[in-house]
Design a protein around this ligand. Structure first.
Ligand SMILES: Cc1cc2nc3c(=O)[nH]c(=O)nc-3n(C[C@H](O)[C@H](O)[C@H](O)COP(=O)(O)OP(=O)(O)OC[C@H]3O[C@@H](n4cnc5c(N)ncnc54)[C@H](O)[C@@H]3O)c2cc1C
Length: 269
């Protein structure tokens, strides 16, 4: 902002404008921003946004549930991460519980569209990814519908995705946490919530300029590790936008890799 940038919050980007075969502007609900370069970092919305541009970016959003427990008198480890359950103490003494990689795949038009590309991932993770319900359709982020640039889009109707937690998932998380740390039995469940993990078929994000839309850089599909790899990913995105030498080889992140094969390598995570 010191250098003249502006920040527009609560303002959906509805689409883009093209001129001479290249991006020339971003159309938002508050007007058009003229630019020759834009980054689409829309998380769980990225695939349906790309679909507006006839770009197929395979994304399955997996609904993961989280449990928060009240503090307990006994001093427990600040963090315990195991394959069965992850327990982290917050600065206020509450404990956040989760099972890494476990969640519900809510059936949506987008999930059906990309199902063949996700079969290897689902086959490998059948113990942890279960069929979900209507939450995905209710939120509308995996619609295959086309939206208009001069009318409210699904993103404006659901600005913050806040899906319902999965009751069976919550019970399982709680049970495993008590098995691991019996002292947590005296804690009460203070809160539960869920979020959508924007997953790609190989668990690796798509970062790079879209060949079909010169000037538009995609940076999405962080597949549950967006906090961890955020700093490096942000550096790479800035390098691509500014034309600098990339901080590392961007090839493995090329969003176009999904076009090559429907049966790409499935990452271990
Ligand atoms: C339950 C849960 C637990 C997780 N745990 C971990 C963890 O332990 N470690 C880890 O590394 N990662 C974790 N993650 C993953 C991490 O949260 C994501 O990888 C990361 O937030 C992705 O960042 P992002 O900026 O790509 O997308 P997001 O954080 O989803 O941000 C995208 C933003 O773009 C906005 N947007 C979308 N479309 C538009 C549009 N058209 N116009 C304007 N704005 C738009 C959205 O409203 C949103 O604010 C977890 C995720 C969940 C749901």
């Amino acid at each position: 902002m010191k250098l003249g940038g502006t920040v527009h919050q609560n303002c959906a980007a509805r689409g883009i404008e093209m001129e001479g075969g290249r991006l020339s502007g971003v159309v938002t609900e508050a007007g058009t921003i003229k630019t020759r370069t834009a980054v689409m970092a829309g998380g769980a919305w990225a695939s349906s946004f790309c679909n507006q541009l006839d770009v197929q970016f395979p994304l399955a959003t997996i609904r993961q549930s989280i449990v928060r427990l009240s503090p307990v008198a006994q001093q427990l480890p600040a963090a315990l991460i195991s394959p069965r359950v992850a327990i982290t103490r917050r600065p206020d003494g509450h404990y956040v519980l989760a099972i890494s990689g476990r969640g519900r795949a809510d059936p949506t038009p987008q999930l059906l569209r990309f199902a063949p590309q996700f079969i290897p991932m689902f086959a490998k993770r059948w113990r942890n990814v279960f069929p979900g319900g209507l939450e995905g359709i209710r939120w509308g982020h995996e619609t295959r519908a086309r939206w208009k640039l001069d009318a409210p889009t699904p993103m404006e109707r659901a600005r913050i995705l806040d899906p319902k937690p999965d009751p069976a998932g919550v019970r399982e998380i709680h049970r495993r946490a008590l098995d691991l740390l019996p002292a947590l039995r005296e804690a009460r469940i203070a809160n539960t919530w869920a979020g959508y993990i924007d997953s790609t078929p190989d668990g690796v994000p798509g970062i790079g300029e879209l060949p079909q839309v010169p000037g538009l850089i995609l940076a999405a599909g962080f597949s549950g590790h967006g906090f961890g790899i955020g700093p490096g990913a942000g550096h790479l995105i800035a390098d691509i936008v500014s034309g600098a030498q990339p901080i590392f080889d961007p090839k493995p992140f090329d969003p176009a890799r999904f076009n090559a094969s429907a049966w790409g390598k499935v990452a271990d995570f």
